[in-house]
Design a protein around this ligand. Structure first.
Ligand SMILES: Nc1nc2c(ncn2[C@@H]2O[C@H](COP(=O)(O)OP(=O)(O)OP(=O)(O)O)[C@@H](O)[C@H]2O)c(=O)[nH]1
Ligand SMILES: [Mg+2]
Ligand SMILES: [Zn+2]
Length: 339
């Protein structure tokens, strides 16, 4: 076992995956990706000698990945299999659609929203699908609780967390309220990715948890409270208790990439109701004996939530179709390469 790497999150599964890698290669964890260059930590200290910089030529890597680098530091030779990854679709262009891994080898995803009125349930649902699909455990974090409270809004978001069985914490990056609870998720060298819209307060939380102001924090616009995309690259940072946080840039578009069980888990309440629909393939529109419609009639489920699920399901199906077409195209010999 490479004991020097354990504090960085190295485990037995990585040890097994790395057993055939040439011992002269340097193994480390990607802590930051800038244009063309990756920063790789080879030990958990913040000592500069424990970090190497390597060009990312043709390497498909994300912050949090474990990689092996040739001794001449020329390039990344291996990327070890990930046990989880937060993946979104990078482009909405059908032919050039590519996946973009936001963070890899994570145990928990903090989905950060403001406890004020600015955030929306629809974005929470989308982020939940992505987070569940990643293989890590999502946790909803409602921050800026020191600002004008919006109790109904907080109650609605708490409800979203409750129906899909995840924890919800109401915190403040300014006063520090609730942050001890958050630090618990990064115990024992575990890794937490922090996801959320620009300006929501991700870097502020990371700084508070880390205990310094390494992450740059930006003002939000006065009118609509939107952020200015202050954080430009994901960053792996260590906490005083030895856990790891990945601060990420606020992403405007969060398009779905894969189709794990994310939708089923993010909309667990609707899937449960649907078991009582008369028809197994009920679309919950106007079919007789639809238990989902009954719940809407009783005010137990909102139409908006059902429609939101419908949109995400359609997005996922369209993606699956595109992928089939892409496979067919690439199988055709003599076709000009399209991507
Ligand atoms: N009152 C209050 N303000 C906060 C809190 N957290 C963040 N802010 C403010 O919100 C603004 C944006 O915070 P950031 O931490 O930069 O937001 P971010 O989510 O990292 O944004 P990007 O890096 O652009 O994705 C800054 O002006 C912060 O000072 C909080 O808990 N309470
Ligand atoms: Mg930031
Ligand atoms: Zn139905």
């Amino acid at each position: 076992m490479r004991h020097n790497l354990q504090a960085l999150g190295w485990n037995q599964a990585f040890e097994v995956a790395a057993k055939n890698i040439d011992p002269s290669f340097i193994i480390g964890r990607v802590s930051r990706l800038d244009r063309g260059w990756s920063t790789i930590k080879t030990s958990a200290t913040s000592n500069p000698v424990d970090m190497i910089r390597v060009r990312n030529i043709g390497a498909d890597i994300a912050v949090g990945d474990w990689v092996a680098v040739a001794p001449d530091l020329d390039r990344i030779d291996h990327v070890l299999p990930r046990y989880s990854a937060l993946i979104r679709r990078a482009s909405s262009d059908a032919i050039r659609a590519e996946q973009h891994a936001v963070a890899a080898n994570i145990d928990t995803v903090f989905i950060v929203h403001a406890a004020t009125n600015d955030s929306n349930e629809r974005r929470v649902e989308r982020e939940l699908v992505l987070a569940f699909d990643s293989g890590a455990t999502p946790v909803l974090v409602l921050t800026k609780n020191d600002l004008s409270a919006a109790p109904e809004h907080v109650a609605a978001l708490r409800d979203v967390a409750r129906v899909c069985g995840i924890a919800c914490h109401v915190v403040s990056g300014l006063t520090g309220e609730g942050l001890d609870e958050l630090a618990e998720y990064a115990r024992d060298h575990q890794t937490v990715a922090v996801l959320g819209a620009s300006g929501v307060g991700k870097s502020t939380l990371v700084n508070r948890l880390v205990g310094d102001s390494k992450q740059q924090v930006g003002e939000v616009r006065q009118g609509d409270q939107r952020g200015r995309h202050t954080t430009v690259a994901a960053d792996l940072v260590v906490l005083p208790n030895g856990g790891w946080l990945i601060d990420t840039p606020g992403l405007r578009a969060l398009n779905l990439w894969t189709s794990g069980r994310g939708i089923e888990r993010a909309f667990a309440d609707i899937f449960l109701l649907a078991e009582d629909c008369k028809f197994r393939d009920c679309k919950h529109q106007d079919e007789p004996g639809c238990a989902v419609r009954v719940a809407i009639g009783r005010g137990e489920l909102s139409v908006e939530r059902l429609e939101s699920m419908g949109r995400l399901v359609a997005e996922e199906l369209a993606l699956e179709e595109e992928q089939k077409v892409r496979v067919r195209m690439s199988n055709r010999k003599g076709m000009r390469k399209l991507n």
